[in-house]
Design a protein around this ligand. Structure first.
Ligand SMILES: C[S@@+](CC[C@H](N)C(=O)[O-])C[C@H]1O[C@@H](n2cnc3c(N)ncnc32)[C@H](O)[C@@H]1O
Length: 225
């Protein structure tokens, strides 16, 4: 990613610094409303990532500063595809802290994942599909890289229902929100795109968090054919 514009560089650097302040502790403070058996985001991640098996090849799109690494088994081959170059030093530090045995960090995009077809056991995305440039292309890429029967595990915030106050708020705050949060779309219809994306099975739960612009959320697992 070329970042010749000094303002864009500063935004990316600041965003990376901000993300480096998130992790297990902040996940424990994010309360979930109406998600069975999970009171916090940390509980939810623990439940979903319990699906990962030792020895698997796991590819994470947009891992940011590595907030999810603490939840993974140590004996995996972990590949991180992160476009923001200022995240990489934070990520590398977290990889070393948690003691992942085998890891590769690439600067790249979910729209063009730099791995061969059908070689990944599980793809992970948490709060990334809201920011990708092309949602449908990214979902297609995820299905391309997964092995048959491979899993896509996701936690994403999505657009509130059309016509609600929450949706009006999301629509109107979007321009400022995108400047502050690295092009994040607060009103993206990610659930609908997932349902059309060609996965064999998409199973997700919708739930709320207390900050309306990023509520509701969906979390679940999709299986590649
Ligand atoms: C809100 S952060 C979430 C980071 C991390 N997944 C987490 O849950 O803490 C969004 C991340 O998506 C990354 N991102 C943005 N566009 C992307 C793209 N097209 N492909 C892959 N990652 C992208 C950003 O650089 C950032 O690291």
């Amino acid at each position: 990613m070329k970042l010749n514009n000094p303002v864009a560089r500063m935004q990316k650097r600041l965003f990376a610094w901000g993300m480096s302040k998130t992790g297990l502790e902040s996940d424990r403070r994010i309360a979930l409303k109406n998600y069975p058996d999970c009171a916090t985001l940390a509980d939810l991640k623990q439940q979903l990532f319990a699906e990962l098996s030792e020895g698997d090849t796991i590819l994470e799109i947009g891992p940011g500063a590595g907030a999810n690494l603490w939840y993974y088994p140590q004996i995996i081959h972990w590949i991180g595809i992160e476009p923001n170059p200022f995240m990489h030093a934070y990520l590398q530090k977290e990889v070393e802290k948690v003691g992942l045995r085998e890891s590769h960090i690439y600067q790249g995009f979910a729209e063009t994942i730099p791995v061969e077809n059908g070689c990944i056991d599980t793809v992970i995305s948490t709060h990334v599909l809201c920011s990708v440039n092309h949602l449908e292309t990214s979902l297609k890429e995820i299905t391309r890289v997964l092995k048959p029967g491979g899993k896509f595990i996701f936690i994403e915030h999505i657009a509130a229902k059309s016509g609600t106050t929450a949706r009006i708020l999301q629509n109107s705050l979007k321009p400022a929100w995108q400047i502050l949060f690295d092009r994040c779309h607060p009103n993206r219809e990610t659930g609908e795109a997932m349902a059309k994306s060609g996965f064999d099975l998409v199973k997700f739960q919708e739930f709320a968090v207390s900050f309306p612009i990023v509520s509701p959320h969906i979390a679940g697992i999709a299986i590649e054919k």
